[in-house]
Design a protein around this ligand. Sequence first.
Ligand code: PSV
Ligand code: MN
Ligand code: MN
Length: 392
Amino acid sequence: MSPLTELPDDIARDLREFTIEVPSWAYGNSGTRFKVFGTPGTPRDPFEKIADAAQTHAMTGSSPRVSLHHPWDRVEDTAALRSYAEDLGVQLGMINSNTFQDDEYKYGSLTHSDPAVRRRAIDHHLECLAVMREAGSHELKIWLADGTNYAGQDSIRARQDHLANSLAEIYAGLQEGERIVLEYKFFEPAFYHTDVPDWGTSLLHCLALGEQAMVVLDTGHHAPGTNIEFIVAQLLRQGRLGAFDFNSRNYADDDLIVGAADPFQLFRILFEIVQQDAHRPASGVNFMLDQCHNLESKIQGQIRSVLNVQETLAKALLVDREALADAQARYDVLEANAILMDAFWTDVRPALAAFREEQGLPADPFGAFRASGYEEKVAAERVGGNQMGWGA
Ligand code: PSV
Ligand code: MN
Ligand code: MN
């Protein structure tokens, strides 16, 4: 099949409107519990993280927002961080709460049996809402490390009740136009049970809370073999997919570059998304990267990630849906499958290069960034001080 050299107008329009939020933590040093390798030029503060994230957007034109983690990205003056970001052409995005690094949360946070610990965790989330407003954002993401390691360690049922009550207090702090998004994860750091392990649990809590509560799906938070595109279809059908955390996984929550291990899975997911028009801004789904770059250059890793999503979205949009519906109606199983595969195997890279040039962007954002000298410049400038790591 010959490569596609020009995008059809409707696909070009959709791609121009589609944006991907990047995480501040991707620009800091990260690693595993074995070792965190430092990289020259790694940001020393949230301002420098924003400057690096702005590079990803300058090269791709598709990542205009940066998610912040509170308190990792706490600054004295959030308004100053916001205007710094805006001067560099990006906006501050979702605020991510953090109840997983303090000793008080050893046995849970919003689910803890001790009301004093729950109070502290709820207050942290209310503080996050204040930061969110100062940042000019309207979304708070809640991912909880809560769970137990041993059967019998605590009451699963009581923890669900505590969770529901705690979330209700946080939800009551929302103003019009704001929302919380609740992320699920089936294991880690808890290994026996997690308090929000799956989309069903997250959805049940969101339904009980109200329309300003939505589910977050993170690719890496499922058991091997889970049909993630089914979950996407189901949550969209319910109007409750609030955000999607892109990354790639081989084993568990690997947080590697999206599309690296299984580009076909990414294609299948994005095809479910385009079938329900959820890639359009009007759908309100916040598409984000949730990744860490342990070995590779962080900005380059982020640019590669944005390009992987953009290329795969173009392929999903290329599927001949009329022909597919026809094959499905005729129960022509293999023809239907072939229509999907044709789009998947189409090389869209030349068309995307032309699409970028038309917008005044580098045809090859990855190569352009490498040639820009930015990394060498910041490596020379950012000496001394503490380079920030995951959790700094
Ligand atoms: C932990 O698993 C995690 O990767 C979640 O996916 C969150 O989205 C992210 O950390 C930031 O808190
Ligand atoms: Mn996530
Ligand atoms: Mn994760």
